[in-house]
Design a protein. Sequence first.
Length: 310
Amino acid sequence: MTEFQDTAVLGAGVIGASWTALFLAAGKNVCVFDVSDSVEDDVQAYIDAAWPTLVEIGLAVEGRRGELSFASTPEEAVAGADFVQENVPERLPLKLDLYRRIEPHLKLTAVVASSASGLMVKEMQAGWANPARFILGHPFNPPHLVPLVEVLGNERTDPAALAEAERFYAQVGKVTIRVNKEVPGHVANRLQAALWREAIHLVNEGVASVEDVDTAVWAGPGLRWGAMGPHMLFSLGAGAGGLAEFCNRYADSFHRWWDDLGTPRITPEVAEKLGHGVADEAKGRGVEALGSTRDALIVAHLKAVKDLRG
């Protein structure tokens, strides 16, 4: 059984650097490739910034850190790797060329996972002579902090590769879901898109400001969503009757709401309006300060629920 001790990260932007920090924290050796001339300094700076957080949430343990190295070519990076996380920009020709280059240099047992959010597995498989060990392993940004990974293959994928990827991700502290049918955006992005579509509609229609719509999420259902998903929460909302009783009680209300939901488009005018609203909500705080607040809140939540979830 593969222990996935040696890993490779291809593409070391924000996502790739975050994966690198996480893999090192789990005791994995990581070889990084990126076309940037400053990749070594950039990745090391990211790791240094992320490490205290990884310690705080229990993913980085003293004495367990893996070894970090850098390769001048993707072929060199993947040679000997048990697991490869690919994060190059989402331009299909670029990804296909990369896959053609690395395939002859991979171990037969290696799993290659793409972080792609907008491309389909069936599209990316065109870069492989044999795509059996290639899967989707889609994270949420930043991967070292947000646990979710969406795992997906299709009829050309070796089922063992999916199971092995799930085992690897569990070793580095991730929570995986299996996407059984390929659709654009996978699962979580579609859920985000549905919520944001209605959030934009409410702002466009003058129902509430950008700030108040955001507040309605984090101070309301967002608190519950951080604990459980909508099906379980609604089931609890009906007491002993469960979800069947909830549907019996509230189906008509939900049908009425669904029929009235908006279908906005993100035009330049809409984007400008939303941007002004976000600026008002920020109240002068810059991107770095807001990002730090976001990360601190996520860390606090993760620490709070760790013991309860086990």
